[in-house]
Ligand binder design. Structure first.
Ligand SMILES: [Zn+2]
Length: 113
């Protein structure tokens, strides 16, 4: 899951640090922070996702998924090539893969000897 913050390098405190005593042992849990890298934070942790969705700023300052056009900074678009031979609709992710497909699926007929 990808979250986008309107502010760069947003730091959210998700959990306070805790001191617990378990079986006579003092156990310190450090506070948990969610730190956006520039405007992006990517997580698969369901707790973090729930926390971010529950923020009052969610939907305004923090949004989910796709960034507005002027904020897209990552991930170049992968060009797709579609085979146009007959009704073949083979799709390749790059030119070389398409060339290989064409050689294999549509070999040139050698009509003359
Ligand atoms: Zn083809």
């Amino acid at each position: 899951m990808k979250f986008i913050s309107m502010d760069h390098d947003t730091v959210l405190k998700m959990q306070d640090g805790q001191t617990r005593i378990i079986k006579g042992q003092v156990l310190n849990t450090p506070p948990k922070y969610i730190t956006f890298k520039r405007e992006v934070y990517i997580t698969t942790d369901p707790d973090e996702i729930a926390f971010l969705r529950a923020r009052p700023s969610f939907g305004t300052r923090i949004i989910e998924g796709v960034a507005p056009d002027d904020m897209v900074v990552t991930e170049a678009v992968i060009p797709m090539f579609t085979c146009t031979k007959g009704d073949c609709k083979h799709v390749a992710s790059n030119r070389d893969a398409m060339k290989a497909h064409r050689l294999e699926a549509h070999p040139r007929k050698k009509s003359k000897k």
